[in-house]
Design a protein around this ligand. Structure first.
Ligand SMILES: Nc1nc2c(ncn2[C@@H]2O[C@H](COP(=O)(O)OP(=O)(O)OP(=O)(O)O)[C@@H](O)[C@H]2O)c(=O)[nH]1
Ligand SMILES: [Mg+2]
Length: 471
């Protein structure tokens, strides 16, 4: 899901990365693309309009933070505003509820109410709760039986009275729960293709009989806008406290999720992500926003990089790179910087587009190897580190011995260092580091070595480098 939205937005940011200032034109170009992307992702047009206006205000108002590039700045604003759309909720059931808590699931036909009942039962049981389920869907033949089957799968008890009156079935379940010590009652209700008065009356009657603390509207994410529209109607007629967005595993455009809170006025409580009984997740706004933007965890990467890199040092280094004065000493410093940033794998995972690139797995930076590289460089004399050209055969032997490695390893490192310096010089000279030339990077410390270089004001385009930004 969210494929098109994330690609679109990332394309916008790609063109923005590397700009030094955030001009009104840039902002407008970016906003136009974001607007289209959101509409295509099926976000309600009113929501889009309000959203775009807020992002524009923010973007124009803020002078570019020293620490962020304009592209990153726009990402940050878009992300913050998306999060704001979801409100500051963390999903789940309402915080206060009487015991037993009653959860009513409502929604249109086939949206996933019965499935979600079972999933929720399972989820609660895993939290150490004792749920009891009941079906009030007496219209559709086999609906009651369907819940029993789901209950078996979830290993959650289902209350099955003789009566075929929906209200009596629900209140019977509540009485049973009180008598037998169940702490939650999950009430599955009937669905309709369209909203009709009969259904609404039935739901209202059930509601007043069992006084649910949670009225969860189950919405099929695949149906997008329609699901949201009816959610508003259910909210007006019966009352809704939260939304469960199902079938997010399908190719739903997903933008509907962004509209839920604005249109219905209630938060998303859970998301259903598959047909299995365990495929229910608490709703985490930050996760869905990151997914929508497809940006991994860009901001925390920026934070980490900033903490780790001394800004002046980075500017200094860039200067050296441009003049082709990058020495083994500088190289060693960069290795230390990478180490300070934390495990390489987690850093790579945070870089948009890199997280799931297969080749990367083969090219995975090896921290042990990095240790050996450091040892080799440390065994050199200061003169050797400043000028690698003087490292002849006998020096290589000495270095290998001193670092507990072999002459071959020393040779390889030096060869790769020279290659790397060439590539680095090329990149700082205006070329852009993309994955293609990242692969050309020497294998030590494997492809990820590119990370060691500083970002810089001269950089024209993105790639991981642009992230380790100076100012
Ligand atoms: N892929 C996927 N399928 C789901 C999900 N949730 C429900 N389904 C499927 O959607 C179909 C309808 O689900 P039900 O739980 O029967 O829907 P309902 O709202 O109870 O339907 P009615 O009782 O007829 O109103 C079933 O085939 C489920 O397996 C989900 O999160 N992902
Ligand atoms: Mg059902």
């Amino acid at each position: 899901m969210f494929e098109s939205l994330s690609t679109r937005i990332q394309d916008v940011f790609k063109s923005l990365r590397g700009e030094v200032r955030l001009t009104p034109e840039h902002v407008e170009t970016a906003l136009r693309e974001i607007r289209l992307a959101l509409l295509e992702a099926d976000v309600n047009f009113k929501v889009v309009k309000a959203f775009i206006d807020r992002v524009r205000d923010q973007a124009m108002e803020q002078t570019v933070l020293k620490s962020l590039s304009p592209g990153q700045q726009v990402i940050k604003i878009v992300r913050d505003e998306m999060l704001a759309l979801f409100g500051d909720t963390e999903g789940g059931l309402s915080k206060v509820a009487p015991t037993p808590r009653v959860v009513l699931l409502l929604g249109l036909q086939g949206s996933g109410k019965t499935t979600t009942s079972g999933k929720l039962g399972k989820w609660l049981a895993r939290q150490g709760k004792h749920p009891l389920m009941v079906s009030t869907d007496v219209r559709r033949p086999a609906a009651i039986q369907q819940l029993s089957i789901v209950g078996e799968k979830a290993d959650v008890k289902v209350y099955e009275p003789e009566t075929m009156d929906p209200v009596t079935r629900a209140s019977g379940a509540l009485a049973e729960a009180k008598a037998k010590g169940f702490d939650t009652v999950i009430v599955d209700t009937a669905g309709r293709l369209h909203i009709d008065d009969e259904l609404m009356d039935e739901l209202q009657a059930i509601k007043s009989a069992v006084q649910p603390s949670d009225l969860l509207y189950v919405a099929d994410a695949m149906t997008g806008q329609d699901a949201i529209k009816s959610a508003g109607e259910f909210n007006r007629r019966v009352g809704v406290t939260g939304v469960v967005l199902t079938k997010l595993d399908g190719d739903a455009r997903g933008g509907a999720a962004l509209s839920v809170v604005s249109v219905v006025g209630v938060p998303i409580a859970f998301v259903g992500s598959g047909e299995q009984i365990t495929d229910l997740e608490l709703f985490h706004p930050d996760r869905i926003v990151s997914r929508m933007l497809g940006m991994g965890d860009v901001l925390s990467l920026i934070e980490k990089a900033e903490q780790a890199i001394d800004q002046d040092e980075a500017a200094d280094l860039e200067e050296k790179l441009r003049k082709n004065e990058f020495t083994l000493d500088d190289f060693r410093k960069q290795l230390k910087t990478i180490k300070r940033m934390g495990p390489l794998e987690s850093i790579l995972g945070m870089i948009p587009g890199l997280g799931n690139i297969k080749q990367l797995a083969e090219n995975k930076p090896d921290e042990k190897q990095m240790g050996r590289v450091e040892a080799i460089i440390s065994s050199m004399t200061p003169d050797e580190r400043r000028n690698d050209k003087i490292i002849n055969g006998s020096r290589r032997k000495r270095i290998a011995k001193g670092s507990g490695t072999t002459v071959e390893e020393v040779n390889r490192l030096l060869k790769q260092f020279v290659e790397m310096r060439k590539v680095l010089a090329m990149m700082t000279g205006g070329g852009m580091p993309n994955l293609k030339n990242m692969k050309k990077l020497p294998n030590m410390p494997h492809g990820g070595g590119g990370l060691a270089a500083p970002g810089g004001k001269k950089r024209k385009k993105g790639g991981p480098w642009g992230l380790i930004k100076t100012r």
